[in-house]
Design a protein around this ligand. Structure first.
Ligand SMILES: [Zn+2]
Length: 101
């Protein structure tokens, strides 16, 4: 997984194509990411107390990582990330501007 929590992702397919959002969570085993404000599903929340109304809340649902692209925090372009080893530690870099991200 080349996308991490806190990244900005660009949605490249489906109903939310062209939209951007912050990555809230990654699910490496399932190859899915949860992006803020994207792929919302309506969920009914039951009333907590009697007499109160239940509400409908919108929750984001994880997307396939193949449907999103990483937006580089340095150059602002939709990019792919690469990894390289610098002084024995793994760093992620942008394949467009080659800066560490
Ligand atoms: Zn870049």
């Amino acid at each position: 997984m080349k996308i991490k929590k806190g990244d900005t992702a660009l949605i490249i397919s489906g109903k939310y194509r062209g939209k951007k959002g912050k990555v809230l969570k990654v699910f490496p085993k399932e190859d899915r990411v949860l992006v803020e404000g994207i792929n919302l599903i309506k969920k009914h929340q039951k009333a907590k107390r009697t007499g109160e109304k239940g509400q409908i809340i919108e929750m984001p649902k994880p997307l396939q990582v193949s449907n999103v692209k990483l937006i580089c925090s340095k150059c602002g372009k939709a990019t792919r990330a690469g990894y390289k080893i610098i002084e024995k530690s793994k760093v992620r870099f942008c394949k467009k501007c080659h800066q560490e991200i």
